[in-house]
Design a protein around this ligand. Structure first.
Ligand code: AMP
Ligand code: MG
Length: 625
């Protein structure tokens, strides 16, 4: 980090904080200090001098020992008003801005923006990031500006311009790509702030103490699931993506319809639009056809009494018409005249009302939904091109064990190939996570600590396999426990049983930890029934798994008092009803029977052995979508 003598820094804290419930964002506590203090601390070593632009609580801001400048322009005109204020007072060639709610602002921001600006001989430079497979996301509030541009900015503001990226349209600007999108994350809501602030997060003990009986050595599945659900917290960063890129992502906000769908009363059939009053009560009615309405073409036709209009499906209903008689129901269907019999239709039939699918202003999709093909279509039908989604969850994973070998290595005596890293890869990929594969970690305390710390500093969640069972080398657990708030369970289930869960910290970052057992089937079952729901919750998703009921083809032996997950094959019986049979051997190391299965049979705690023909709960592996 180098101090740039030609740059003064300005922290933008002049907003109303309306999204945080009208609190002063910069002064919110975050990890032991205020948010603005984090930004000050990170910017100070980079620039010649610093100032804060604020419009409220000026005295409190002044306590940081730097000048505090309110907007010269009245009325909370936004960050540009702050920039103008800063440029007016700037004593150096350049001014660097950063918002007060970006506690992770990069420590090389000034140096990199300046280098790019000078190299390209530009007027201003700002930061940008790009997530894999996404468009470049500009961050114009993280901006280095030549101080002599003040007149251009002022005239833009005078003309009523307020867009942070609108004033430099005619200037030469450069985008500088930074690696870490999180560094530019600004924190907009108090919830988001709390979820990032590990100090404010609950402790495991707070959660477990809510259970009436808590025994970590004999924990029922549903209690473990409940503790995990209550302990993990959603990651609240949001990004705006193009509609197609939203497939499989989690909606971060409700999608509100900007329009009525359909936009007009229209016909549900190919037929004739008419007035309900012209439908005969008995006998037949002859109606004159005065023209045709096609879908997508507005009509001026207004049929009078005794008249009708030929109309296509989707055609806008002519004024005065409230019913449509389908072509095929007519007694006679002529070009000039139709003959309609009593009782064929009732008034109001076959008309679709404006806004009957969706009213303008009503929510079309709820936040938390995972976007599926139908949702893409629905959003498109509203004319919406970009969608706010949760940022992808970052999950690091590794396998532990001296006996493990990677593909390509020789399999010496007593060693096995590491398969868990592949099943975990597949399961995380299917959930739509960004994954960090950290390989195999030896049963060695230093290596394990190093891996856990690095995972923690780079990911939101960590999934490990092996080393948590009774026989395993003790220090796996010791190190996990030393790095944070981690508990070790023996869960009443089969396969599975040992599970480490909690949150670890390293260098100011924290991550949720799922220490799964090592056996290849146990690792999958533990992932599906514990980690999956937790990760989805962290992703902000609402995606419950429905259990099906199916007839068990054979008898299944089962001890009450624990949950058993048996690998099954679901088919349809002769009567068409679902039936399930167990795939051969259920040993917790036998991946083949997992691979052959298309479902899991879930036998609950209280259940005993199942007789052939009895109904059981089943969870399908694949769905339609
Ligand atoms: P552990 O929980 O570490 O005692 O491991 C339990 C069993 O799972 C041992 O037989 C290990 O060899 C096996 N195992 C652990 N990790 C893996 C892995 N990544 N791939 C395949 N088998 C594993
Ligand atoms: Mg091991």
């Amino acid at each position: 980090m180098t101090k740039q003598a030609s740059i003064s820094g300005l922290i933008l804290a002049g907003g109303r904080g309306s999204r945080m419930g009208h609190v002063d964002k910069g002064l919110q506590p975050f990890r032991g200090k205020t948010m603005v203090a984090h930004v000050l601390e990170r910017l100070a070593p980079q620039v010649a001098s610093l100032a804060i632009n604020a419009n409220q609580n000026l005295a409190t801001y002044a306590e940081f020992g730097v000048p505090v400048w309110p907007d010269d322009l009245a009325g909370f005109a936004g960050p540009l008003a702050g920039l103008e204020t800063g440029l007016r007072r700037c004593q150096t060639t350049y001014l660097l801005t950063a918002p007060c709610d970006s506690p992770f602002v990069p420590t090389d921001l000034a140096a990199r923006l300046l280098a790019a600006l000078e190299e390209q001989d530009a007027d201003l430079a700002f930061a940008a990031t790009q997530e894999p497979g996404q468009r470049v996301q500009p961050h114009p509030v993280f901006c280095l500006v030549k101080a002599n541009l003040l007149p251009i900015l002022s005239s833009y503001l005078l003309d009523g311009g307020r867009r942070m990226d609108g004033w430099y349209k005619d200037l030469k600007s450069v985008e500088v790509l930074f690696e870490d999108a999180d560094a530019f994350r600004n924190i907009n809501t108090l919830d988001e702030l709390r979820s990032l602030d590990t100090g404010a997060a609950p402790r495991l003990q707070d959660v477990t103490s809510c259970l009436s009986a808590y025994d970590p050595d004999a924990l029922p599945v549903r209690d473990a699931q409940r503790i995990i659900r209550e302990f993990v917290q959603p990651v609240r960063a949001i990004e705006q993506v193009a509609l197609r890129a939203a497939l499989g992502r989690v909606l971060a906000r409700d999608i509100v319809s900007p329009i009525d769908v359909p936009a007009h009363d229209n016909s549900a059939m190919d037929g004739y639009a008419l007035r309900g009053a012209d439908i005969p009560l008995d006998g037949v009615a002859r109606l004159a056809v005065i023209g045709t309405v096609y879908a997508g073409r507005p009509t001026e036709l207004v049929p009078g009494p005794g008249e009708c209009v030929r109309i296509m499906t989707g055609g806008v209903m002519p004024t005065g018409c409230d019913s449509v008689v389908p072509q095929e129901l007519l007694v006679e269907d002529g070009e000039r005249e139709i003959v309609l019999k009593a009782g064929t239709i009732r008034a109001g039939d076959n008309r679709r009302f404006k806004g009957e699918d969706l009213k303008a202003g009503s929510p079309a999709l709820a936040a938390g939904k995972i976007v599926r093909p139908a949702d893409l279509g629905l959003i498109a039908s509203l004319g919406i091109a970009e969608v706010p989604v949760q940022r992808r969850l970052r999950v690091a994973f590794f396998s532990t064990g001296d006996e493990l070998r990677s593909i390509g290595q020789a399999l010496d005596e007593g060693s096995v190939y590491d398969s868990n890293r592949y099943t975990i890869y597949g399961m995380l990929q299917r959930l739509g996570c960004d994954i960090i594969d950290m390989g195999i970690v030896r049963d060695d305390p230093a290596a394990l600590e190093e891996a856990l710390r690095s995972a923690c500093e780079n990911a939101d969640a960590i999934v490990t396999s092996g080393g948590v069972s009774v026989g395993a080398a003790d220090y796996t657990k010791q190190i996990m426990a030393r790095l944070g708030d981690v508990t070790f369970w023996k869960i009443g289930m089969r396969p599975g049983r040992p599970l480490a869960f909690g949150r670890i910290n390293s260098n100011g970052r924290s991550a949720f930890l799922f220490g799964l057992p090592g056996n290849p089937v146990a690792v999958m079952v533990s992932f599906y029934f514990f980690a999956r729901a937790a990760l989805l919750r962290m992703m902000g998703a609402d995606a419950p798994l429905p259990l099906l009921r199916a007839r068990s083809q054979g008898a299944i032996r089962k001890k009450p008092g624990r949950t058993e997950y048996q690998r099954g094959i679901l088919t349809h019986g002769d009567d068409g009803a679902p039936q399930v049979r167990i795939t051969g051997s259920q040993g917790s190391g036998i991946l083949r029977s997992m691979s052959e299965a298309n479902c899991m049979v879930v036998l609950h705690d209280e259940q005993g052995s199942v007789a052939a023909g009895e109904m059981v709960d089943v969870l399908m592996f694949e769905g339609l979508i």
